[in-house]
Design a protein around this ligand. Structure first.
Ligand SMILES: [Zn+2]
Length: 195
């Protein structure tokens, strides 16, 4: 987003928005707000013009067996709904069966941050995590499950409080071997925290 030639207009746009909703951009509590909001968007929408996650190193797979998976659960994420520009947030659970390469475990949360920092939808976010890991690792299979609360559901309209939306993507060995998928789901359920 920082490459966008219009990014220096966010302050002006937010000032206009504050006026449009009937507030006074000059009152003391709001005077710094347009600038703060600009900085905030640069951070939370920072992946908008970036197509690929590049901040990782791969390691040779010397320890994970043929049908074993690498599983990381309860990874927090924060993203923005593209329909309402309101946050949705929750946890992602990821597993893959490696071929010859594995990725450092700390890089999976970074990758999830990367795909979260744009305007998107939960289903797209779930799929994007899998697409990036498939591109980077070419694993034998991958499964990604996300659970999220959507502020556009909870703050407006029907106001379904604390409703959690789930989304799942899986391919490869997780499609061919239902036991692998069931094992993932059981592990996720047993590690589940509350959102
Ligand atoms: Zn929404």
């Amino acid at each position: 987003m920082s490459n966008n030639k219009n990014s220096d207009n966010i302050e002006t746009i937010i000032t206009n928005l504050l006026e449009s909703v009937g507030d006074d951009p000059q009152r003391p509590g709001l005077i710094e707000t347009p600038h703060r909001v600009e900085k905030m968007y640069q951070e939370i929408l920072g992946s908008i013009n970036q197509t690929e996650f590049t901040d990782y190193k791969l390691f040779d797979n010397e320890s994970v067996g043929a049908d074993q998976d690498v599983m990381v659960t309860n990874i927090p994420f924060y993203s923005m709904c593209e329909h309402h520009m309101l946050p949705f947030f929750g946890v992602a659970n990821v597993a893959y069966v490696p071929n010859d390469k594995i990725i450092g475990l700390s890089k999976i949360p970074r990758l999830i941050d990367f795909v979260s920092h744009r305007l998107t939808l939960q289903e797209k976010l779930t799929h994007d995590i899998a697409l990036e890991l498939n591109r980077i690792l070419k694993p034998k299979g991958i499964v990604v499950q996300t659970e999220a609360r959507h502020m556009c559901v909870e703050m407006r309209g029907v106001k379904k409080l604390n409703s959690v939306t789930k989304s799942k993507y899986y391919d490869g060995i997780y499609k061919e071997q239902p036991d692998m998928l069931n094992n993932f789901i059981m592990t996720v359920n047993s590690n589940r925290g509350s959102l």
